[in-house]
Design a protein around this ligand. Structure first.
Ligand SMILES: [Zn+2]
Length: 892
């Protein structure tokens, strides 16, 4: 049998009527004949099912057209209304109230019976209830779900467009490949993973970017995508953001064995194959599957004559925090593409910069071609200079995705068998290999941070049980009600990955994101790893989630109440919720309570009781006034300063302040330049943003025209979370001088992470020098020890140990004059023994460097954090240092 002709004939000589207008249009929009494939150069005509053009008014990939989210939903709903092969399901709401949806596409019979198919996958995801023989019976009946996700990064505009055409094609086309996909797979689609950001970006595109013709007149992107964060929506390891959490909840109800995340960056199409450094805790089968698919796609597309399809040499498989990793973390398979994108729908002249990374390293004296270089993993490289259109991008991505699905449809039983085996192995690994489990002792004073950790594990589908009685293990004795995570469960591997110390495999390897994320160290929660197999048979009751019960106790002869400070971040929330109730904070510990505890008057009980109960805190009666020194806790008039160019790390701080209910003004260069900051604010926080004091001050370079970020009748999604008539130019020296005045006049300026070079660079804290580590130093977010030097400073209320774990934030290396060493509140001891998790190459360079410094200036002060005490939604153990600094601003 001659396979190849059979394979192509149905594609080339289909009896199905095709849309001649589509073929003509895409040919015209594709900038070179080799940038299209026989899989996507045609589109069926249907008399019953609406094509994208019928609903949107244009074919996908039309120049200078991007689709708003509501129109995308309109299209998918129209498709679902007319095609028995398509269904749209709602999975939740976004911050701005848009609907997150998943589109399901399958043949009619499968879709009618979709719950049965969901049930098969749920069974394979948890093989504890059946035999191997039964598993293969299920595999014989089941179909893999192949999930596709576009629009996670709003500036990467092509995938969300392409997916609409793909959905139509999958619903209508009768070619051999598409029929096979429909017969053997269930395809699900996230149309845009960040719906809020999609609309904001499309507005910005129509306002500013639609006239761009080349990289040289790039107007940049809008200040925001979604409400809080930009591309960190793909680093939200703890699923804090609503669209991310909606998707995870959907994932755990549907169990797609394959999840394919579509991005844009490098030329022309990079398909992820899971290169080193790799997470060794994931099933080795996965590391066979990834290059299997990536190589097939590369081979197919190269066969169609499409240059520039490659794999390897770009993104690694170390951090589990990328959104699509929810699938590999849960025994599925993550697929990921990067296609070449223009940040819009304009055809642009593009050059591959020779200094782009990803292989093609230049030999001495030889110019590197960067990603245009031929490599063993890039046998047909992309062109170094090219006119590129959004239709090219659509052709590449759609051909690649169809090829990936073609492979899955050719081997559905293998995909299902692997999914089953990976789930089974995860359970077996927990029985065979230490650690066998983790214990979170119940006798830790702050239950609220334990609850944060436990509820994140539960969000991830990890089973957590409460010990019914005392536990005795090799590692010690733990009280009843301690929380136990046994490893012999389907997501036992993920539990280990999240809870263990990260041992980086090779210090010479670089990684794309963080090298460490150990949850206990990040949250300052004691989590004991157990090498004792007995942990597997500890009697427990599984819990759904953990909400610590707060309590308020009163007594007849009460004269005051104390809320003991056990380190809960919710102590800050309590202060804000009871903002009209007088409170003092204990500056020292007494026999009855630690330093930092709140003392309320006896008549506060009626308000105190509901507040502590809902927050999981405790209020206790005192029968005498406390004798330790106290101070008032007035609420500061608080501002958070943001540049317009890098709002993301500010967004994480905003999210934390919003979550813990601390009100603040978000201010920009406009407010700084207006001057007299002291009249409005007591405390200003400058979150980490941008890397240097200079970029904080000068921000976005001026463009050929002002870039207004304002709401208008036409652009109603702009102007949220601040607005400006021109976001370029930064606060300048004028603004920097206002910050100096603010401090001199008695304000407290708190700088975080890399923003802590600003007070030195602009003469606000003149005695401090900020420097950078050497070029050999490499520390992608390890967790290190920090030593508290001034334990009695209010910043450390809630911290009982002298040595504490912090995330290395790549902040400046600060130097304090010898005579002012007393200003250092916390420092990094440095050295390899103080690297607790992840990689720090050159750990001696941070030896005894300040981590937090308190510098008095005029009537006020600057608190410089070389750490970032509010890093993503992750280092909860450090959050209190920031809240303490804010709430005790008068007593630092
Ligand atoms: Zn991206």
């Amino acid at each position: 049998m001659r396979l190849a002709p059979l394979f192509f004939l149905p594609l080339l000589l289909q009896a199905q009527p095709m849309d001649p207008d589509f073929a003509k249009s895409v040919k015209a929009w594709t900038t070179k004949p080799e940038f299209i494939s026989p899989l996507v150069d045609h589109l069926p005509l249907s008399t019953t099912v609406p094509s994208p053009k019928e609903i949107l008014g244009h074919h996908i990939g039309a120049p200078k057209i991007l689709t708003y989210y509501a129109d995308m939903l309109k299209y998918y709903r129209a498709l679902a209304a007319k095609s028995p092969r398509v269904r749209v399901i709602d999975i939740g709401k976004t911050d701005e109230g848009r609907e997150s949806v998943v589109v399901v596409i399958a043949d009619e019979a499968t879709l009618r019976d979709i719950d049965t198919y969901r049930h098969y996958l749920a069974q394979l995801a948890d093989p504890r209830q059946f035999t191997e023989q039964q598993a293969y019976e299920i595999i014989g009946k089941a179909k893999p779900i192949y999930h596709l996700m576009g629009g996670l990064h709003s500036g990467e505009t092509g995938p969300a467009e392409m997916l609409m055409e793909l959905a139509y094609r999958l619903a209508t086309e009768d070619s051999r490949i598409v029929r096979s996909i429909r017969d053997h797979l269930i395809v699900t689609i996230t149309p845009a993973a960040d719906p809020d950001g999609r609309d904001r970006y499309v507005d910005w595109y129509y306002r500013y970017k639609i006239d761009e013709t080349s990289e040289d007149d790039n107007m940049g992107g809008p200040p925001y995508w979604g409400k809080y964060i930009f591309h960190d929506d793909n680093r939200d390891i703890n699923y804090s953001q609503l669209p991310m959490r909606n998707l995870l909840a959907w994932y755990l109800g549907w169990h797609p064995p394959i999840m394919h995340d579509l991005h844009e960056s490098v030329p022309f199409l990079y398909t992820f194959s899971g290169q080193a450094p790799q997470e060794p805790g994931l099933d080795p089968i996965l590391y066979g599957e990834l290059p299997w698919f990536a190589n097939f796609e590369m081979e197919q597309m190269t066969k169609y004559g499409m240059p520039g399809v490659w794999t390897h040499g770009y993104v690694d498989m170390w951090s589990p925090g990328y959104l699509g990793f929810m699938s590999s973390n849960h025994n599925g398979m993550l697929r990921m593409f990067e296609t070449f994108g223009n940040g819009g729908a304009n055809t642009m002249h593009r050059r591959i910069r020779p200094d782009t990374s990803g292989g093609g390293e230049a030999l001495p004296g030889q110019a590197s071609q960067g990603m245009a270089a031929r490599e063993w993993y890039r046998p047909l490289p992309p062109y170094a200079e090219v006119d590129w259109s959004i239709r090219n991008n659509t052709n590449y991505m759609e051909t690649g995705v169809l090829s990936g699905m073609q492979l899955a449809a050719a081997f559905p039983e293998i995909v299902l068998e692997n999914f089953y085996k990976k789930s089974l192995h995860s359970i077996e690994a927990g029985k065979k290999e230490a650690p066998y489990g983790y214990v979170i002792p119940s006798d830790q004073p702050d239950e609220t941070r334990i609850a944060m950790v436990v509820n994140i594990l539960r969000l991830q589908g990890i089973e957590v049980g409460r010990a019914l009685s005392e536990i005795k293990l090799k590692e010690g004795t733990f009280p009843a009600r301690s929380l136990v995570i046994k490893r012999d469960q389907p997501y036992g591997r993920l539990a280990k990955i999240l809870l263990e110390k990260q041992v980086y495999p090779d210090p010479q390897l670089r990684t794309y994101d963080d090298s460490a994320w150990t949850m206990g160290l990040m949250a300052h929660v004691k989590i004991v790893e157990s090498a004792d197999q007995a942990v597997l048979s500890v009697p427990t009751a599984l819990i759904d989630r953990y909400d610590p019960a707060g309590k308020a106790i009163t007594s007849p002869n009460v004269v005051a109440y104390v809320v003991p400070d056990q380190g809960s971040i919710r102590m800050a929330t309590l202060r804000y919720r009871l903002k009209d109730v007088p409170v003092k904070v204990a500056e020292q510990a007494s026999a009855a309570f630690p330093a930092g505890s709140y003392i309320f008057e006896a008549n506060a009980f009626a308000k105190l009781k509901p507040a502590v109960e809902s927050l999981g805190l405790t209020a206790l009666p005192l029968d005498g006034q406390p004798t330790v020194p106290t101070h008032d806790v007035p609420l500061p008039r608080l501002a958070v300063y943001s540049t317009w160019g890098l709002t993301q790390d500010v967004g994480w701080v905003r999210y934390a302040f919003d979550y813990f209910e601390a009100p603040y003004d978000l201010i920009f260069k406009e407010r700084a330049k207006k001057g007299n900051l002291r009249a409005d604010y007591d405390v200003i926080v400058i979150p980490s943003q941008g890397g240097s004091g200079k970029s904080l001050v000068y921000d976005i370079a001026p463009k050929s025209k002002p870039l207004a970020y304002t709401k208008t009748d036409k652009f109603k999604f702009l102007g949220d979370y601040g607005s400006s008539d021109d976001i370029t130019g930064g606060m300048g020296l004028e603004g920097a001088a206002e910050f100096r005045k603010f401090v001199e006049q008695g304000g407290v300026l708190i700088t975080l992470g890399d923003a802590s070079s600003f007070p030195d660079d602009y003469g606000i804290a003149r005695t401090i020098e900020s420097g950078r580590p050497s070029a050999q130093f490499y520390a992608p977010g390890p967790i290190v020890n920090a030593e508290i030097l001034k334990q009695t400073n209010p910043i450390f209320y809630g911290y009982t140990d002298k040595m504490t774990s912090v995330r290395w934030a790549n902040g400046p290396l600060l130097t304090v004059p010898r005579t002012d060493r007393g200003q250092i509140l916390m420092q990094f001891p440095g050295g390899d023994t103080n690297v607790l998790s992840g990689l720090m190459r050159g750990s001696n360079e941070i030896r005894n460097r300040p981590a937090i410094v308190d510098v008095p200036v005029g009537k006020g002060k600057v608190i410089l954090f070389a750490t970032n005490p509010c890093y993503r939604w992750q280092n909860f153990g450090e959050f209190r240092m920031l809240f303490n600094a804010v709430l005790n601003y008068k007593n630092l």
